[in-house]
Design a protein around this ligand. Sequence first.
Ligand code: PLP
Ligand code: COI
Length: 363
Amino acid sequence: STTKETVFQITPKTDAVSPAERAALLANPGFGRVFSDHMAVVTYTQGKGWHTPQVLPRQPLLLDPAASVLHYAQEIFEGMKAYRTPEGEAQLFRPDANARRFRKSAERMAMADLPEDLFLDAVNQLVKIDAGWIPDPEVGTLYLRPFMIATETALGVKPSSEYKFIVIACAAGEYFSKDAGPVSVWVEERTVRASRGGTGAAKCGGNYAASLTAQQEAKEHGCHQVLFLDAVERKWIEEMGGMNIVMVFNDGSIQTPPLEGTILPGITRDSLLTLARDKGLTVREEPYAIDQLYADAKSGRLREVFACGTAAVVTPIGTLKSAEGDCVINNGQTGELTAALRKTLCDIQFGRTADTHGWVHKV
Ligand code: PLP
Ligand code: COI
């Protein structure tokens, strides 16, 4: 990069937990509960731009109760991971893609534009200072959560003139519990996640708030996740609450819904499509109807279905449940291609195999 690196003012935490306590926490972190010691914070003020880059001990935020994020949900986030390589180094997977998507999300939500280099510098700074919080590869990764909030004290409905960009991190094991095997998914027919022209392609908090009733319903039906259908015809498969979906057919081809503004353009999705093409597979980014899925599962044409995303990595789907009943995929077993793609991706992410795509970045 030719641009100069932003200098962060660093205030290290002085009362961090002991190495023994940390090791105990890192042995079985679950997801989203075991946080690292620090946070990176950069402030935006209209007229002044981005300023005051800091790394601070992780701490509560001081917000005015009229801060616009609390009322009109001007908020966006990213999800990415730091991986520990066999050599003990820390590396990121396609962080530039997260930085780019973050800018797109900001644009959709009328928020301040954050230069990609500043995004990457903040993430790198946090991973550097909290590298001790990256679990062993057998356990998991350090999940990074960059996000931006609107902080102007104002109840008028308008884009905020002040923002904070913050990066926090948590140790992460499996998103779905490890021994569960393939997950079950609730096909949501009551509510929709996004419509054309809406915010479906942006990673904004509001999308997730709106998905929670469906997620609740999924849980009531004993499912781990929810699958959303399109808003117009309630027919076409879109994506899940927090991951994209991919179908594998008995001719070896794979298919996933196209990016038409209503689903999140997943970086895992994009990477897996590339890896599948590398393997010589036919890849289709085309609409797929839920009734077609049921028919193809019955006839045996549909062989495997999996979910993919940063948190979920590649997770096999064993059953799709709906008001009409259960549709079992691949006898509820993990599919061969699902397992192979997961291994190929993870080997690159964890630095166990050569990265021929320029995807990994050492911290
Ligand atoms: N779809 C949704 C709604 C998500 O929240 C995520 C997770 O970030 C994804 C898809 C997968 O995106 P990625 O692979 O970039 O993590
Ligand atoms: C991610 O995979 O990073 C997400 O944001 C999904 C969320 C369900 C944790």
